[in-house]
Design a binder for this molecule. Structure first.
Ligand code: ARG
Length: 459
């Protein structure tokens, strides 16, 4: 059969042009959505009397046949039919004859492809939210097991103040919660139907767009036909949301890589999530977090790619927009891959509580607390800061930590010190002193875990 649009042409398409312009190589991923959209469209054509109901029924059956054949891998898509839309239409006509040619009444590939993309992304966003919840659940599980695990908290990657390891993990639960909110919010703009916009201006047929929307479970229809076929902001939004998810996963990845190094030794990732070296027999490499960190780049790239494709494009549809797909598919696959691995990798990670404790005992991260102690005795904070700075310097010069100093040594720096500082300086006391909403005190972290679990249960 010749091209579906061959009428006004007198020559065959150049082979290289065919290959260059075809999208079937990648948009076949939209086959299910394309048929889903066509089924709703043809139901509407029949209902509105635009084509005879009997023809609509025949086309519907034909579409089901084509869908089954695609699922069974029986259809060989062809580059000369350019994209998934025309490949399906060609196969439909082959299956049921010329009546199949009535399917495209009142429709253009421009509103058709936009509809497919909306349907596709709608499904993915829902499943990605589920995967994000799984990662949250794994983090919360570890947090519950580590309510008594104290670890240095860092700023500038220098030990700053001791915190509960659970508190650190919950920071990621909060980030992912916002990521989930963003995806859910974007759903409002994804779940809108472009079909009925035609090529750009609407259609001469008395179609019922709201009926199609209802059939497909969309909350509404695009207000303006040009906008419906020419914007891809719903995909940009998804790619931006995905980029932030990867930002968060890449930060956690970086921490996992650091924490599993011999230098830190804070965690050990399960063997099932690590790989070895072909030359160094002792190696166990944290490839998964490393790759998630690395793949963050391609997700950002896909966002920048689509923004750049859309920039300055005149209305309405332009072929440039075919470039919206691969980055979106790639982003979905990259996110799914990372999230699917993260949940079990976090759940099976071994936390070396002793090693963390050792790190806390061998640092000055309790220094703020003795400054606060002196403030409690009436010393202005700025002076207390100076006193403790000198005390820490003394410790460094004498190879001691604050808890090693005798009271006499403390009192060289201020006569406000008394015996109570030894309690104040204990890591548990330091942690529990930060008893503010959102802080690291055990009670606060327990309450935060409770709130997170409630959020998760409510989903
Ligand atoms: N394959 C095309 C795309 O993905 C479908 C729409 C083509 N429309 C057209 N008028 N050439 O954008």
């Amino acid at each position: 059969m010749s091209k579906l649009w061959g009428g006004r042409f007198t020559k065959q398409t150049n082979k290289l042009v065919e290959e260059y312009t075809a999208s079937i190589g990648f948009d076949q991923a939209l086959a299910e959505e394309d048929i889903q959209g066509s089924l709703a469209h043809v139901a509407m054509l029949g209902k509105c009397g635009i084509i005879p109901q009997a023809d609509a029924d025949t086309i519907k059956e034909g579409l089901h046949t084509v869908l089954e054949r695609i699922r069974r891998g029986e259809i060989e898509f062809s580059v000369s039919d350019e994209d998934i839309h025309m490949n399906i239409e060609k196969n439909l006509i082959e299956a049921i004859g010329p009546v199949g040619g009535k399917l495209h009444t009142g429709r253009s590939r421009n509103d058709q492809v936009a509809t497919d993309m909306h349907l596709y992304l709608r499904g993915r966003v829902v499943s990605l939210v589920g995967m994000l919840h799984d990662v949250q659940a794994a983090l919360i599980g570890q947090a519950k097991d580590n309510l008594d695990t104290i670890v240095p908290g860092y700023t500038h990657l220098q030990r700053a103040q001791p915190i509960l390891f659970a508190h650190h993990l919950l920071a990621y639960v909060s980030m992912l919660e916002r990521d989930i909110d963003r995806l859910k919010d974007s759903y409002k703009r994804i779940n809108v139907l472009p079909l009925g916009a035609g090529a750009l201006a609407g259609t001469t047929f008395p179609i019922d767009r709201h009926f199609v929307a209802e059939q497909l479970g969309f909350d509404g229809v695009y207000e303006n036909s040009l906008d419906a076929v020419s914007d891809r902001d719903f995909i940009v939004e998804f790619l931006a949301g995905a980029s932030l998810i990867m930002t968060h996963l890449s930060r956690l990845s970086e921490e996992l890589v650091l924490w599993s190094s011999t230098e830190f030794g804070f965690v050990e990732l399960d063997d099932a999530f690590c790989t070895g070296s072909s030359i160094m027999p002792q190696k166990k490499n944290p490839d998964v977090p490393e790759l998630v960190r690395g793949k963050t780049g391609r997700v950002y790239g896909n966002l920048m790619g689509l923004l750049t494709v859309l920039k300055s494009l005149p209305l309405a549809y332009n072929k440039d927009m075919q470039e919206d797909k691969e980055g979106m598919f790639d982003t979905v696959a990259t996110l799914e891959g990372a999230l699917q691995l993260f949940a079990p990798m976090i759940a099976t990670m071994k936390v070396n509580k002793d090693r963390m404790r050792q790190a806390v005992n061998q640092d000055f991260s309790n220094a703020t607390d003795i400054a606060d102690f002196l403030v409690g005795k009436g010393l202005p904070f700025r002076q207390a800061h100076e006193v403790i700075g000198k005390t820490v310097l003394y410790c460094i010069q004498h190879g001691k930590y604050l808890l090693d100093l005798t009271l006499e040594e403390f009192q060289q720096f201020s006569d406000l010190f008394d015996d109570r500082i030894y309690e104040v300086l204990q890591p548990e006391a330091v942690v529990n002193a930060r008893n503010v909403y959102g802080g690291t005190a055990t009670g606060q972290v327990q309450a935060a875990i409770g709130r997170s679990e409630q959020l998760l249960a409510g989903t």
